[in-house]
Design a protein around this ligand. Sequence first.
Ligand code: S3P
Length: 453
Amino acid sequence: MHNVALRPLVARRPAAPLAGTLRVPGDKSISHRALMFGALAVGETRISGLLEGEDVLRTAAAMRMLGAEVTQDGPGAWRVAGRGVGGLAEPADVLDMGNSGTAARLLAGILASHPFFSVMTGDASLRRRPMRRVTEPLAACGARFTGRSGGRLPLAIEGAADPLPIEYRVPVPSAQVKSALLLAGLNAPGITRIEEPEATRDHSENMLRHFGAEIVVETRGAGRVIALVGQPELHAADVAVPGDPSSAAFPLVAALLVPGSSVRITGVGLNPLRCGLFTTLREMGADLRVENERVEGGEPVGDIVANHAPLRGVEVPPERAPSMIDEFPVLAVAAAFAEGLTHMRGLQELRVKESDRLSATAALLTANGVRVEILGDDLIVHGGRPPAGGATVATHMDHRLAMSALVFGLAAEAPVAVDDSAFIDTSFPGFVDLMNGLIAGPAPIAAPEGNAV
Ligand code: S3P
């Protein structure tokens, strides 16, 4: 357990449907990258719409400790005065990345190709997560990593004095691993070449281009080969962070499940490598529309309108998993309310998220009266009966489990509680107020009797 006070919450069926227009906080993946690439660029990068969640604030603090000037001008408006590629300085203390796997893994790539010593740690959840997937390939640039058994955090890093470019085929579909290697490659002479067998989110590639790096991406089957020319001069650039589709997923699924609901979520990032959930929900019969499609800061963005409609179970193919890897817990909640069976295939990567999300999602549903099976790496949810609810869900320091359980509670027969909502702040500060604000009448998400929120 973590050592801050637990913040339990309970969600119950609202007296009125969800209605209204909202914006969700900035994209977490893009926010981390904007701060990191800004710190490696020459000049001042201005960021608007930055996610001010705990995870991203850890990255901001780490960039400061490495010598970049990071300033907040107003809500979501930040400036980063960068040090140039290879220009960061040895941190005077341990870099604490909190709950954030993205921050830790991407930072490992930066630290690997700077000639100094550093130590990185994180909270109990992050200290359990595998780091060898980045430290092993990064060692090829000349860096040395010493970690706890299995290569976990805390991790000591001796960065390479003369980093070498890396050629690597990433064995698991992971944008974090790919991005760590690209970040290391920035400070190595020659071409860093990364092959991924399945295409994963390409925000690093887009942003590298945006900051002036030479990068070529080729399709190879279902995957891609990315070639980055090392030691570019990155130039500061403005970044407009779109709303996070992974956060939009929660009010959107809640609107689909609560009868009579209709919400519009504006300015949501619609990068095709992030949109697997929307595709799947449409296949389930969801009434989802995208309007005002446009490109902002190199990323596609649009408004999503979601209206309540009955859903039916579907089969989700394994090749879609990378484009919705963070959305399976909330999809499983939607599946519990759908008619028939939903079979989600190829979910092995869910086992190494902020928690073991495969078993924790199954436990969330089972405790609330839904029939669920885990078959190898697949999750099968049997919909059809009105989900009972009534349980307290263990959230295992995992923001997405907490939000998924609360969405479940908004539509289940009996209220659903979570043991701790504190981690919601890592990715979606203001989640509870925003959800309650969509609903007229008494707040359906609140502290349990006798507890302050
Ligand atoms: C992320 C990549 C994904 C995702 C995470 C953010 C990123 O992790 O789950 O929330 O920003 O690159 P993996 O790369 O481990 O799949």
